[in-house]
Write a protein that binds this ligand. Structure first.
Ligand SMILES: [Cu+2]
Length: 383
Protein backbone atom coordinates (compact mmCIF):
# COMPACT_ATOMS: atom_id res chain seq x y z
CA UNK A 1 0.00 0.00 0.00
CA UNK A 2 2.89 2.32 0.68
CA UNK A 3 4.05 1.83 -2.90
CA UNK A 4 0.60 2.57 -4.24
CA UNK A 5 0.47 5.66 -2.03
CA UNK A 6 3.75 6.89 -3.50
CA UNK A 7 2.56 6.35 -7.04
CA UNK A 8 -0.68 8.12 -6.31
CA UNK A 9 1.20 11.02 -4.83
CA UNK A 10 3.38 11.41 -7.89
CA UNK A 11 0.37 11.23 -10.19
CA UNK A 12 -1.48 13.73 -8.08
CA UNK A 13 1.42 16.15 -8.15
CA UNK A 14 1.64 15.76 -11.90
CA UNK A 15 -2.05 16.46 -12.40
CA UNK A 16 -1.94 19.35 -10.00
CA UNK A 17 0.97 20.99 -11.77
CA UNK A 18 -0.64 20.38 -15.12
CA UNK A 19 -3.54 22.43 -13.83
CA UNK A 20 -1.25 25.12 -12.52
CA UNK A 21 0.75 25.18 -15.72
CA UNK A 22 -2.45 25.78 -17.60
CA UNK A 23 -3.67 28.40 -15.22
CA UNK A 24 -0.50 30.43 -14.75
CA UNK A 25 -0.37 31.89 -18.26
CA UNK A 26 -4.04 32.79 -17.89
CA UNK A 27 -3.20 34.76 -14.80
CA UNK A 28 -0.45 36.49 -16.70
CA UNK A 29 -2.79 37.33 -19.52
CA UNK A 30 -5.47 38.69 -17.29
CA UNK A 31 -2.92 40.77 -15.45
CA UNK A 32 -1.84 42.45 -18.59
CA UNK A 33 -5.25 42.87 -20.16
CA UNK A 34 -5.95 46.16 -21.83
CA UNK A 35 -2.43 47.46 -21.87
CA UNK A 36 -0.25 44.62 -23.02
CA UNK A 37 1.57 45.71 -26.13
CA UNK A 38 2.00 43.27 -28.93
CA UNK A 39 4.85 40.99 -28.08
CA UNK A 40 5.04 38.99 -31.24
CA UNK A 41 7.29 41.50 -32.89
CA UNK A 42 9.50 42.39 -30.03
CA UNK A 43 13.19 43.06 -30.40
CA UNK A 44 15.64 43.24 -27.56
CA UNK A 45 18.41 45.46 -28.74
CA UNK A 46 20.54 47.33 -26.24
CA UNK A 47 21.31 50.41 -28.30
CA UNK A 48 20.30 53.82 -27.06
CA UNK A 49 18.37 56.39 -29.03
CA UNK A 50 20.56 58.98 -30.62
CA UNK A 51 19.27 62.21 -29.20
CA UNK A 52 21.51 64.07 -26.82
CA UNK A 53 20.64 66.93 -24.48
CA UNK A 54 18.11 65.14 -22.35
CA UNK A 55 16.11 67.21 -19.95
CA UNK A 56 16.13 65.80 -16.44
CA UNK A 57 13.01 63.94 -15.44
CA UNK A 58 10.46 65.86 -13.46
CA UNK A 59 10.79 69.13 -15.30
CA UNK A 60 7.40 70.70 -15.60
CA UNK A 61 6.05 72.62 -18.55
CA UNK A 62 5.67 75.68 -16.35
CA UNK A 63 9.40 75.80 -15.77
CA UNK A 64 10.18 76.05 -19.44
CA UNK A 65 12.01 79.03 -20.76
CA UNK A 66 10.41 81.08 -23.46
CA UNK A 67 10.72 78.97 -26.54
CA UNK A 68 11.29 80.35 -29.97
CA UNK A 69 10.37 78.87 -33.28
CA UNK A 70 13.39 77.41 -34.95
CA UNK A 71 12.68 76.38 -38.50
CA UNK A 72 16.13 74.89 -38.97
CA UNK A 73 15.42 72.36 -36.26
CA UNK A 74 12.46 71.02 -38.09
CA UNK A 75 12.17 68.13 -40.43
CA UNK A 76 9.70 68.11 -43.28
CA UNK A 77 6.75 67.30 -41.09
CA UNK A 78 7.71 69.98 -38.60
CA UNK A 79 9.09 67.51 -36.06
CA UNK A 80 12.71 67.72 -34.95
CA UNK A 81 15.04 65.72 -37.16
CA UNK A 82 15.42 62.19 -35.87
CA UNK A 83 15.91 58.99 -37.79
CA UNK A 84 14.83 55.65 -36.31
CA UNK A 85 17.32 53.62 -34.29
CA UNK A 86 17.39 49.93 -35.10
CA UNK A 87 16.01 47.86 -32.26
CA UNK A 88 14.46 50.80 -30.43
CA UNK A 89 10.77 51.47 -30.70
CA UNK A 90 10.35 48.92 -33.43
CA UNK A 91 10.47 45.20 -34.10
CA UNK A 92 13.62 43.45 -35.28
CA UNK A 93 13.49 40.52 -37.66
CA UNK A 94 14.04 37.22 -35.92
CA UNK A 95 13.93 38.60 -32.39
CA UNK A 96 11.52 37.33 -29.77
CA UNK A 97 10.54 38.81 -26.45
CA UNK A 98 9.43 42.26 -25.43
CA UNK A 99 10.77 45.45 -26.97
CA UNK A 100 13.13 47.60 -24.88
CA UNK A 101 10.84 49.61 -22.63
CA UNK A 102 11.16 53.35 -22.11
CA UNK A 103 8.52 53.87 -19.42
CA UNK A 104 8.62 52.81 -15.77
CA UNK A 105 5.54 50.64 -16.13
CA UNK A 106 7.01 49.06 -19.23
CA UNK A 107 10.21 48.17 -17.42
CA UNK A 108 8.24 46.78 -14.53
CA UNK A 109 6.03 44.70 -16.79
CA UNK A 110 8.96 43.43 -18.79
CA UNK A 111 10.71 42.37 -15.60
CA UNK A 112 7.54 40.67 -14.36
CA UNK A 113 7.25 38.78 -17.60
CA UNK A 114 10.90 37.82 -17.99
CA UNK A 115 11.96 37.27 -14.39
CA UNK A 116 8.81 35.82 -12.82
CA UNK A 117 6.26 34.53 -15.31
CA UNK A 118 8.56 32.86 -17.79
CA UNK A 119 10.61 30.92 -15.19
CA UNK A 120 7.45 29.77 -13.39
CA UNK A 121 5.78 28.68 -16.62
CA UNK A 122 8.89 26.91 -17.89
CA UNK A 123 9.53 25.12 -14.59
CA UNK A 124 5.96 23.87 -14.37
CA UNK A 125 5.89 22.79 -18.02
CA UNK A 126 9.18 20.91 -17.77
CA UNK A 127 8.16 19.17 -14.55
CA UNK A 128 4.80 18.11 -15.96
CA UNK A 129 6.47 16.85 -19.11
CA UNK A 130 8.90 14.83 -17.00
CA UNK A 131 6.04 13.31 -14.98
CA UNK A 132 4.10 12.41 -18.10
CA UNK A 133 7.07 10.68 -19.67
CA UNK A 134 7.76 8.86 -16.41
CA UNK A 135 4.18 7.60 -16.22
CA UNK A 136 4.14 6.59 -19.87
CA UNK A 137 7.29 4.49 -19.59
CA UNK A 138 7.27 3.26 -16.03
CA UNK A 139 3.60 2.27 -15.91
CA UNK A 140 3.07 1.03 -19.46
CA UNK A 141 1.22 -2.30 -19.72
CA UNK A 142 4.35 -4.33 -20.35
CA UNK A 143 6.19 -2.97 -17.30
CA UNK A 144 3.18 -2.74 -14.99
CA UNK A 145 0.68 -5.50 -15.92
CA UNK A 146 -1.42 -5.14 -12.74
CA UNK A 147 -2.41 -1.49 -12.38
CA UNK A 148 -3.31 0.10 -9.10
CA UNK A 149 -7.03 0.52 -8.39
CA UNK A 150 -6.63 3.45 -6.00
CA UNK A 151 -9.50 5.89 -6.53
CA UNK A 152 -9.41 8.50 -3.79
CA UNK A 153 -6.86 10.10 -1.55
CA UNK A 154 -8.06 13.07 0.44
CA UNK A 155 -4.60 14.41 1.23
CA UNK A 156 -3.56 14.44 -2.41
CA UNK A 157 -6.79 16.06 -3.49
CA UNK A 158 -6.33 18.85 -0.97
CA UNK A 159 -2.74 19.34 -2.08
CA UNK A 160 -3.48 19.48 -5.80
CA UNK A 161 -6.17 22.04 -5.14
CA UNK A 162 -4.29 24.28 -2.75
CA UNK A 163 -0.89 24.40 -4.43
CA UNK A 164 -2.19 25.79 -7.76
CA UNK A 165 -4.23 28.32 -5.80
CA UNK A 166 -1.12 29.35 -3.93
CA UNK A 167 0.86 29.72 -7.17
CA UNK A 168 -1.88 31.87 -8.68
CA UNK A 169 -2.11 34.06 -5.59
CA UNK A 170 1.64 34.59 -5.61
CA UNK A 171 1.47 35.62 -9.27
CA UNK A 172 -1.56 37.81 -8.69
CA UNK A 173 0.18 40.05 -6.17
CA UNK A 174 2.72 41.64 -8.57
CA UNK A 175 0.22 41.38 -11.39
CA UNK A 176 -2.48 43.43 -9.68
CA UNK A 177 0.11 45.95 -8.53
CA UNK A 178 1.21 46.44 -12.12
CA UNK A 179 -2.36 46.75 -13.32
CA UNK A 180 -3.09 49.43 -10.80
CA UNK A 181 0.13 51.32 -11.69
CA UNK A 182 -0.94 51.36 -15.31
CA UNK A 183 -4.16 53.16 -14.49
CA UNK A 184 -2.81 55.54 -11.89
CA UNK A 185 -4.19 59.00 -12.63
CA UNK A 186 -1.61 61.41 -14.02
CA UNK A 187 -0.37 64.32 -11.90
CA UNK A 188 -1.86 67.77 -12.41
CA UNK A 189 1.09 69.06 -14.39
CA UNK A 190 0.84 66.31 -16.99
CA UNK A 191 0.69 67.29 -20.64
CA UNK A 192 -2.43 66.00 -22.34
CA UNK A 193 -2.39 64.22 -25.66
CA UNK A 194 -5.82 63.52 -27.07
CA UNK A 195 -5.85 60.81 -29.69
CA UNK A 196 -8.78 60.34 -32.04
CA UNK A 197 -8.99 57.24 -34.18
CA UNK A 198 -10.46 57.55 -37.64
CA UNK A 199 -10.89 55.09 -40.47
CA UNK A 200 -7.95 54.90 -41.15
CA UNK A 201 -5.66 57.50 -39.66
CA UNK A 202 -5.07 59.27 -36.38
CA UNK A 203 -5.65 62.84 -35.30
CA UNK A 204 -3.82 64.25 -32.30
CA UNK A 205 -4.89 67.25 -30.25
CA UNK A 206 -2.78 69.07 -27.67
CA UNK A 207 -5.35 70.73 -25.39
CA UNK A 208 -2.70 71.89 -22.90
CA UNK A 209 -0.76 73.58 -25.68
CA UNK A 210 -3.42 75.73 -27.26
CA UNK A 211 -5.51 72.94 -28.70
CA UNK A 212 -3.76 72.62 -32.03
CA UNK A 213 -4.30 69.45 -33.95
CA UNK A 214 -2.24 67.31 -36.27
CA UNK A 215 -3.32 64.53 -38.56
CA UNK A 216 -1.09 61.54 -39.01
CA UNK A 217 -1.26 59.37 -42.10
CA UNK A 218 0.72 56.41 -43.28
CA UNK A 219 3.54 57.37 -45.63
CA UNK A 220 3.13 55.40 -48.81
CA UNK A 221 5.94 53.84 -50.82
CA UNK A 222 7.44 55.52 -53.86
CA UNK A 223 5.46 53.46 -56.32
CA UNK A 224 2.17 54.11 -54.52
CA UNK A 225 2.08 57.89 -54.22
CA UNK A 226 0.23 60.26 -56.47
CA UNK A 227 2.25 62.88 -58.35
CA UNK A 228 3.44 65.56 -55.94
CA UNK A 229 2.69 63.47 -52.87
CA UNK A 230 5.45 62.70 -50.45
CA UNK A 231 6.70 59.11 -50.37
CA UNK A 232 8.37 57.33 -47.47
CA UNK A 233 12.12 57.66 -47.13
CA UNK A 234 14.44 55.59 -44.94
CA UNK A 235 14.74 58.36 -42.34
CA UNK A 236 10.97 58.35 -41.88
CA UNK A 237 10.94 54.81 -40.53
CA UNK A 238 10.10 51.32 -41.73
CA UNK A 239 7.50 50.54 -44.37
CA UNK A 240 3.93 50.52 -42.97
CA UNK A 241 5.12 52.28 -39.79
CA UNK A 242 6.36 55.65 -41.08
CA UNK A 243 3.88 58.52 -40.91
CA UNK A 244 3.74 61.96 -42.45
CA UNK A 245 3.24 63.77 -39.14
CA UNK A 246 4.79 62.29 -36.04
CA UNK A 247 3.40 62.77 -32.57
CA UNK A 248 5.99 64.78 -30.65
CA UNK A 249 6.07 64.37 -26.87
CA UNK A 250 8.47 65.58 -24.18
CA UNK A 251 10.78 63.24 -22.28
CA UNK A 252 10.54 63.10 -18.49
CA UNK A 253 7.17 64.83 -18.32
CA UNK A 254 4.03 62.86 -17.43
CA UNK A 255 1.72 62.49 -20.42
CA UNK A 256 -2.02 62.18 -19.94
CA UNK A 257 -3.21 60.05 -22.82
CA UNK A 258 -6.87 60.38 -23.77
CA UNK A 259 -8.30 58.31 -26.59
CA UNK A 260 -11.58 58.43 -28.43
CA UNK A 261 -12.79 57.64 -31.92
CA UNK A 262 -14.77 59.31 -34.67
CA UNK A 263 -16.17 56.13 -36.16
CA UNK A 264 -15.38 52.60 -34.94
CA UNK A 265 -13.25 51.22 -32.13
CA UNK A 266 -9.52 51.65 -32.69
CA UNK A 267 -6.70 51.06 -30.24
CA UNK A 268 -3.67 53.26 -29.78
CA UNK A 269 -0.70 51.06 -28.98
CA UNK A 270 3.02 51.69 -28.60
CA UNK A 271 4.85 48.52 -27.50
CA UNK A 272 7.90 50.42 -26.18
CA UNK A 273 5.66 52.42 -23.80
CA UNK A 274 3.66 49.39 -22.61
CA UNK A 275 0.63 51.34 -23.74
CA UNK A 276 -2.44 50.00 -25.49
CA UNK A 277 -5.62 51.97 -25.00
CA UNK A 278 -8.84 51.44 -26.91
CA UNK A 279 -10.28 54.44 -28.75
CA UNK A 280 -14.05 54.09 -28.46
CA UNK A 281 -16.60 56.36 -30.18
CA UNK A 282 -18.46 58.54 -27.69
CA UNK A 283 -16.10 57.75 -24.85
CA UNK A 284 -12.87 59.03 -23.44
CA UNK A 285 -10.36 56.49 -22.18
CA UNK A 286 -7.47 57.75 -20.13
CA UNK A 287 -4.12 56.52 -18.97
CA UNK A 288 -0.75 58.10 -18.41
CA UNK A 289 2.91 57.42 -18.97
CA UNK A 290 6.26 59.17 -18.78
CA UNK A 291 8.79 58.55 -21.51
CA UNK A 292 12.22 58.12 -20.00
CA UNK A 293 14.40 58.18 -23.11
CA UNK A 294 14.38 60.35 -26.22
CA UNK A 295 13.85 58.45 -29.43
CA UNK A 296 11.46 57.45 -32.14
CA UNK A 297 8.88 54.84 -31.20
CA UNK A 298 6.47 53.08 -33.49
CA UNK A 299 3.13 51.43 -32.93
CA UNK A 300 0.00 50.45 -34.78
CA UNK A 301 -3.74 50.46 -34.40
CA UNK A 302 -4.42 47.33 -32.38
CA UNK A 303 -8.15 46.88 -32.75
CA UNK A 304 -9.55 45.48 -35.98
CA UNK A 305 -11.24 48.55 -37.42
CA UNK A 306 -11.88 47.77 -41.05
CA UNK A 307 -10.08 46.82 -44.25
CA UNK A 308 -7.28 49.37 -43.80
CA UNK A 309 -6.73 48.60 -40.13
CA UNK A 310 -3.15 47.64 -40.95
CA UNK A 311 -2.44 51.02 -42.54
CA UNK A 312 -2.81 53.39 -39.61
CA UNK A 313 0.57 53.33 -37.90
CA UNK A 314 1.69 55.48 -34.99
CA UNK A 315 5.05 57.23 -34.69
CA UNK A 316 5.93 59.02 -31.48
CA UNK A 317 9.01 61.17 -31.30
CA UNK A 318 10.17 61.79 -27.73
CA UNK A 319 12.36 64.86 -27.37
CA UNK A 320 13.68 67.04 -24.53
CA UNK A 321 11.14 69.50 -23.18
CA UNK A 322 12.74 72.60 -24.71
CA UNK A 323 12.70 70.97 -28.14
CA UNK A 324 9.09 69.97 -27.59
CA UNK A 325 8.20 73.54 -26.67
CA UNK A 326 9.82 74.87 -29.83
CA UNK A 327 7.93 72.31 -31.87
CA UNK A 328 4.66 73.34 -30.20
CA UNK A 329 5.28 76.98 -31.06
CA UNK A 330 6.20 76.09 -34.62
CA UNK A 331 2.86 74.29 -34.89
CA UNK A 332 1.02 77.38 -33.69
CA UNK A 333 0.46 76.07 -30.17
CA UNK A 334 1.17 77.64 -26.82
CA UNK A 335 3.51 76.71 -24.01
CA UNK A 336 2.64 76.92 -20.35
CA UNK A 337 4.19 79.78 -18.41
CA UNK A 338 5.75 81.35 -21.46
CA UNK A 339 4.88 84.41 -23.47
CA UNK A 340 4.69 82.97 -26.90
CA UNK A 341 4.26 84.56 -30.28
CA UNK A 342 3.33 81.68 -32.47
CA UNK A 343 3.28 82.18 -36.19
CA UNK A 344 0.06 82.97 -38.02
CA UNK A 345 -2.50 82.31 -35.36
CA UNK A 346 -4.28 85.05 -33.47
CA UNK A 347 -6.31 82.56 -31.54
CA UNK A 348 -3.25 80.82 -30.25
CA UNK A 349 -1.74 84.14 -29.20
CA UNK A 350 -4.86 84.91 -27.19
CA UNK A 351 -4.65 81.53 -25.55
CA UNK A 352 -1.04 82.22 -24.65
CA UNK A 353 -1.93 85.27 -22.62
CA UNK A 354 -4.25 83.27 -20.41
CA UNK A 355 -2.07 80.24 -20.17
CA UNK A 356 -2.96 76.73 -21.17
CA UNK A 357 -6.03 76.49 -19.02
CA UNK A 358 -9.28 74.84 -19.89
CA UNK A 359 -10.31 77.52 -22.30
CA UNK A 360 -7.20 77.27 -24.34
CA UNK A 361 -8.76 74.43 -26.21
CA UNK A 362 -11.35 76.76 -27.66
CA UNK A 363 -8.71 78.20 -29.92
CA UNK A 364 -9.23 76.99 -33.44
CA UNK A 365 -6.96 74.11 -34.36
CA UNK A 366 -4.07 75.26 -36.46
CA UNK A 367 -3.56 73.40 -39.66
CA UNK A 368 -0.18 71.87 -40.22
CA UNK A 369 -0.86 69.69 -43.15
CA UNK A 370 1.65 71.24 -45.50
CA UNK A 371 4.21 68.54 -44.91
CA UNK A 372 3.00 65.89 -47.29
CA UNK A 373 -0.11 67.22 -48.91
CA UNK A 374 -1.91 64.19 -47.57
CA UNK A 375 -5.36 65.60 -46.99
CA UNK A 376 -6.69 65.27 -43.50
CA UNK A 377 -9.41 62.70 -43.40
CA UNK A 378 -8.38 61.08 -46.63
CA UNK A 379 -6.93 58.03 -45.01
CA UNK A 380 -4.71 55.82 -47.09
CA UNK A 381 -5.48 53.30 -49.74
CA UNK A 382 -2.80 50.98 -48.49
CA UNK A 383 -1.76 48.28 -50.91
CU1 LIG B 1 -7.91 51.37 -36.27
Amino acid sequence: MRFIGLKSTMLAVGLMLAGAGHAAPQAANSAATATTPSTATAPAAPAQPVTADVKPAGTTPAAAATPAADPEMLARDGAPELAPTKGIGDAVDGDIGIQPQVTKNGERAKHFHNAILLPVIIAISVFVLFLLLWVVFRFRAAANPVPSKTAHNTTIEVVWTLVPVLILVLLAIPSIGLLSAQFKPPPKDAITLKVTGNQWYWTYTYPDNGGFEITSNLLKEKDEVAPGERAREEADGPRLLAVDNRVVLPVGVPIRLITTSADVIHSWAIPAFWIKLDAVPGRLNETSFTIEKPGLYFGQCSELCGPKHGYMPIAVQAVPLDVYNRWVVAKGGTVAGAAVAPPASDNAAVAATTGPTVNATTAAPTSNQAATANPAGAGNPGN
